[in-house]
Design a protein around this ligand. Structure first.
Ligand code: BES
Ligand code: ZN
Length: 514
């Protein structure tokens, strides 16, 4: 430590001596607008915005979902700061209807050790499930644990004979594979099961939580889909008793929502850099990582960029309605004229950028990792983010450019896009744990879409690095020539029908039949 301090002091002294000794221009790094903005922003300032969003939620009932006071106050918070910083700010109002359960389904382990599972992370009720509050002891049915080497080969529950030793009144624990879920559930009901848990099969791409689709032959008993790991734990703990409470009564609500847009007064308006993220949370919680984190970083970058004179116009966007199906971004894009769309050079999206068990993941704009490239220019944007992480971290990993966030409506009309993501319901791989530390096999964000997505659900390290990533790539395209290299004329942008628009089902994940 002492040696380092001495070296540091020596360097500082050398710098002091060197500066008056030279008449040359200041070092290149200091003059470069990209590094200047990267240095001007900080994770601490972004965190201050997150404290504000948390306070807003805490004072208004714990959520910032559309239609809540928490969302309106979030909107006013960002709009007020952006106006004060000199931006042209507008709010775009839109309405939508959503139909949802009156009472959210629950699923718990009663014994051993009572544990409430998290809907969306650990389980979903099947589409076409039966209803009621039902408790029962789980009984495994022809399970293969560990999973069969070949995917989609488990035949658990496909034959009536699988239930030969089944005790009527128990819950059936069934593994995904081979035949439709309806067939497995019909066999279970015929054997006297009072409830069914369907676990995923367990191979690497068949391990997450599933939403079984029974709508072609609805069940008479509660049916719950779970990720493989939870099913495995049940299978290894004979006598496990579970309880589901499902009431399918629904209610349709009309929501008012808003997008907040803030644009630089200067810069080339024919070459606009749009930088956005969603401001709404789910109803379950305050949404501090999802997506207070993206919104806070964008806000911090906007406030610091306000002191500069970018070559291109920059438009910051805070979307509403994302959690109901990308509705704010969709409303915005569909409200643009062809000319207005053609003036947008690119779109940068930031959704969940400070997950507690983070990875530094970059949207796969060139499609080399997930096979679905974005519009021309998206590959260059991916590269810009990769370069940033290459310089400052152990590097980046790719993440699917599959439309699960607000860039979807932009790429659907041919606008190149990119962004970063630190992980949601998925689990950290061994390689990622080697790169970034953290918990191998643990969820990136154990509070994804939950009540516990609070100010405590933030990695300060990831927030700091990623606030600077937002600054770096925003500045890369706001200043200089980089955007000219990828801005496509309108005619060169295939329309929605001509390209594979990456739209994602709402709700996500979509129910699956087998
Ligand atoms: N930030 C989340 C989810 C997410 C996960 C984004 C992985 C990017 C990669 C986002 O707010 C969200 O919940 N999206 C919905 C999809 C949408 C169509 C409602 C989802 O994934 O359920
Ligand atoms: Zn999100």
């Amino acid at each position: 430590m002492r040696i380092r301090l001495r070296v540091g002091a020596a360097l500082a002294a050398a710098a002091l001596i060197a500066v008056p000794a030279t008449t040359a221009a200041p070092a290149q790094a200091a003059a470069d607008p990209v590094s200047k903005l990267v240095r001007a922003v900080s994770g601490q300032q972004a965190k201050a915005h997150l404290y504000a969003l948390q306070a807003i939620a805490s004072l208004t009932g714990g959520t910032r979902v559309d239609g809540s006071r928490g969302f309106e106050l979030s909107r006013d918070y960002v709009a007020t700061l952006l106006k004060a910083a000199g931006y042209q700010v507008s709010t775009q109002k839109f309405q939508f209807e959503d139909t949802d359960f009156k009472v959210t389904p629950t699923f718990e382990r009663v014994s051993p050790n009572r544990h409430a599972y998290a809907r969306g992370l650990d389980f979903y009720e099947a589409a076409g499930t039966g209803t009621g509050a039902v408790t029962g002891t789980l009984q495994g049915v022809d399970l293969t644990i560990p999973p069969p080497a070949e995917a989609n080969t488990s035949t658990s529950g496909c034959e009536a004979a699988d239930f030969a030793g089944f005790t009527p009144g128990n819950w059936a624990l069934i593994q995904r594979g081979t035949c439709p879920f309806t067939q497995k559930v019909a066999n279970a009901e015929a054997a006297g099961a009072t409830g069914v848990v369907i676990m995923n099969e367990g191979q690497p791409t068949r391990d997450g939580v599933i939403r079984p689709d029974l709508t072609s032959d609805p069940a008479g008993v509660p049916v719950i889909g779970v990720e493989y790991l939870i099913g495995e734990e049940f299978a290894k703990t004979p006598g496990t008793t579970v309880k589901a409470a499902i009431d399918l009564e629904q209610v349709t609500t009309t929501y008012d929502s808003y997008n907040v847009l803030a644009e630089t007064k200067g810069g080339n308006k024919d070459n606009v850099v749009v930088v956005g993220g969603h401001l709404d949370s789910v109803k379950e919680g305050p949404g501090i990582n999802d997506n207070g984190s993206g919104a806070a970083a964008i806000l911090e970058v906007a406030l610091k960029l306000a002191r500069t004179k970018p070559d291109n116009a920059v438009r910051f966007a805070f979307w509403g309605g994302e959690e109901f199906g990308l509705l704010g971004a969709e409303h915005y894009v569909s409200s643009l004229s062809e000319e207005e769309k053609a003036r947008i050079g690119l779109y940068l999206n930031f959704d969940m950028i400070a997950s507690p068990n983070y990875k530094y993941a970059v949207y796969d704009g060139d499609g080399d990792a997930f096979g679905t490239p974005g519009p021309a220019g998206s590959a260059e944007i991916e590269k810009a983010f990769q370069d940033f992480y290459e310089k400052r971290t152990a590097g980046s990993v790719p993440t699917a450019f599959d439309g699960r966030s607000d860039y979807g409506p932009f790429i659907a009309v041919g606008i190149p896009a990119g962004g970063v993501f630190t992980g949601a319901e998925g689990r950290k791989t061994e390689g990622e744990a080697q790169m970034y530390g953290g918990k191998e096999g643990g969820r990136y964000d154990p509070c994804y879409h939950q009540k516990c997505d609070t100010i405590r659900n933030i990695s300060d390290t990831a927030l700091n690095v990623n606030t600077r990533a937002v600054a770096a790539v925003t500045a890369t395209y706001a200043f200089g020539e980089a955007l000219n290299g990828i801005h496509q004329p309108a005619a060169a942008r295939p329309n929605v029908s001509a390209r594979t628009a990456k739209t994602v089902d709402f709700p996500h994940p979509a129910p699956i039949a087998s």
